[in-house]
Write a protein that binds this ligand. Structure first.
Ligand code: NAD
Ligand code: MG
Length: 389
């Protein structure tokens, strides 16, 4: 990018999280080309204030209304507009003053503001995979109608997106999503039954927010990513394969109709897919550490253990069924992971809660947006009751 072109104005939804803070690192390193327009956070008011004082955006949102006064006072000497509450997320998402939304809120909470940005035709740098898991058909349809490009930030989907550049006329035969396997690769249920939150929060290759770290340990994350891939790349379930690759060097692959496979590789660092999404179609020069083949004489590949990590099978079932099943799977999983993080249920109970909730909530083949919200609510209530929360 050249310094003569106007700066891209960026809205980071979820700026205090793992993706959000790394997105700010990328913007800080490219301040000639990128500028912060909006920052939002749910409860970490102190970090939001610090970020706002450094980047001086047009507006910030603090979700937790109890924190509003503190943020307002801390930014009183600046021109930063301060908003609070869930609805203001949608309000600022509709602002005309930015071009790119980094959708980095975790979970279902990201859906409404992201949909707003899509309706406004913004470029969406999408980290929040749950948005596509819950309502992928509606989000993608609206993206087409409003010419809103959705550029994946999730590393696997960024890899596939990068492999597809220059291939628009060539159909995909299949994609191969790589999975590290998480901290419990090779373990069996008799071990997993005793796993505690602090152990599950230790991911071997990536440092991420708590929810996705647990999802990586249960392999639900890979299941959500299969559903995310279906919508992003318009694939049938049988075209989406998962392979365990413990080193996380190959970020994913595409196989074309001639059998040729393209892979995107690099050291595991989320700043790379973030900056690719912000720079697309250009690549931004950086000084991140480079991959050295000689330090990795072996890259391993393995079959996922579907018998032990049953969440992956449940996600595939939801992927194949379609309708509101993925939405229900996601809602039950969010509540169950939350309960696990609070030490209220065991590691294997997460799967049991998701499975029972999927059986209980009635199937809707072609839900409206309202029906997705209703399915989410019903599934959350059912899962919470099941766990006696
Ligand atoms: P995180 O928990 O570190 O951060 C979440 C952000 O969302 C925070 O800024 C928080 O304030 C905000 N938030 C949380 N609940 C909210 C709510 N109810 N309303 C509004 N804002 C809320 O999460 P993360 O690891 O940065 O992940 C963010 C998203 O990116 C997730 O969907 C995750 O699956 C996806 N993702 C993350 C990574 C990663 O490396 N962290 C990689 C791939 C995809
Ligand atoms: Mg991923």
């Amino acid at each position: 990018m050249s310094s003569e072109t106007p700066k891209k104005r960026i809205a980071i939804f979820g700026s205090t999280g793992s993706i959000g803070t790394q997105a700010l690192d990328v913007i800080r390193a490219n301040s000639n080309d990128l500028q912060v327009e909006i920052l939002t956070a749910q409860s970490n008011d102190e970090l939001l204030i610090k970020q706002a004082l450094e980047f001086l955006p047009n507006a910030v949102v603090i979700g937790d209304e109890k924190k509003y006064e503190n943020v307002k006072n801390a930014l009183a000497s600046t021109d930063v507009k301060v908003f609070t509450g869930e609805e203001s997320l949608e309000e600022v998402a509709s602002f005309d003053t930015y071009e790119v939304m980094i959708a980095a809120i975790v979970g279902f909470a990201g859906l409404k503001p992201t949909l707003r940005a899509v309706e406004k035709g913004k470029i969406i740098a999408l980290a929040n995979k749950e948005t596509l898991v819950v309502a992928g058909d509606i989000v993608m349809q609206k993206a087409i109608e409003n010419r809103a490009p959705i550029i994946p930030v999730d590393s696997e989907h960024s890899a596939i997106f990068q492999c597809l550049v220059g291939e628009s006329r060539n159909p995909i035969e299949r994609i191969i999503l790589t999975a590290s396997g998480g901290p419990f690769f090779g373990k069996k249920p008799n071990f997993l039954v005793n796993v505690k939150r602090d152990h599950a929060l230790q991911h071997p290759n990536w440092s991420m927010g708590a929810k996705i770290t647990i999802d990586s340990a249960t392999l639900m994350n890979k299941g959500l990513e299969m559903i995310e891939a279906k919508w992003l790349f318009n694939l049938e379930p049988h075209q989406i394969e998962v392979v365990i690759h413990p080193q996380s060097i190959i970020h994913s692959m595409v196989q074309f109709e001639d059998g040729s496979i393209k892979a995107q590789m690099g050291l595991p660092d989320m700043k790379l897919p973030i900056q690719y999404a912000l720079g697309f179609p250009n690549r931004i020069k950086n000084d991140f550490p480079r991959f050295n083949f000689k330090k990795y004489p072996v890259l391993n590949f393995d079959e996922p253990d579907y018998k032990t990590f049953r969440n992956l099978g449940l996600a595939i079932e939801a992927l194949k069924s379609g309708g509101n099943k993925p939405c229900v799977l996601n809602a039950a999983n969010e509540v169950a992971v939350w309960a696990f993080l609070k030490n209220r249920i065991g590691f294997l109970d997460i799967t049991a809660v998701v499975e029972k909730t999927m059986e209980a909530i009635h199937f809707i083949e072609k839900p409206t947006l309202q029906e997705y919200f209703d399915s989410d609510g019903e599934a959350r209530n059912f899962a919470a009751t099941l766990m006696k929360l």
